[in-house]
Design a protein around this ligand. Sequence first.
Ligand code: ADP
Ligand code: MG
Length: 249
Amino acid sequence: LEEQIRHSDRLKLIGEVAAGTAHEIRNPLTAIKGFMQLMDKSLIDREMNRERDFVQIVLSELERVNGLVNDILLLSKPKEVKLSPTRVGSIVKDMIPMLRNEAIMRGVIVHYEPWTEGPLILADKEMLKQVFLNLGKNAIEAMDGGGVLTVRERRGAASEVEATVDIIDTGPGIEQEYLERIFDPFFTTKEQGTGLGLSICRRIVHEMGGAIQVETGPEGTMFSIALPTLASSDKRMTGFGGALPFDVV
Ligand code: ADP
Ligand code: MG
């Protein structure tokens, strides 16, 4: 246990340092981007195409740094969750086309198994979308030589109070020695990875009262997100004697 506490203290410290750094990086980054865009314009006017190519590379690398900074800030200072009743399916459906684009480039086929009459859940739609996107991207990135990504909505395995989404890939799986570290901030096995995706996913899912599980083997990996249904949250909330803070449609 002591070991665990030390580990979580360390992660907390790393998080605070990272958040401070990310914040300080953001302003100069905005300035660099602005001036690079101006430079691009002036190069267009002078038809300096070779130089323009360089500027484009700088801009796209800046985008990458920007994404990293945003992830760090999101992780360390999470936005307030805005819960509203929604169907899991409507969130998943929105992000399938985004994943398809990514998948096509890597020769990955996307299978979508919706649960049309699925129950309402209480969720922050934008944040939950980010969870599925992160997991979907990981799955696609794990299938370098192509494969199948299955996104499946279903009833919770253990109980009726959960709606579950499975993200399944046919990649090589996660090595046993890495398995307990994949949710740690900054743990990555990718050359261009940030290692922040899964820690963000876990935080968001937990904030919504849900759970995230992983099963992995040489045939592939499955991440399962279980979320409490509105009916079960209703029971939890009225248990405290309060009315629901929103209209149920
Ligand atoms: P990143 O994608 O930037 O590496 P993540 O937090 O999203 O960071 O993932 C952490 C690590 O977990 C990855 O680098 C990879 O080693 C492992 N991982 C996550 N999802 C999968 C998957 N579907 N298949 C195999 N490995 C995975
Ligand atoms: Mg990732």
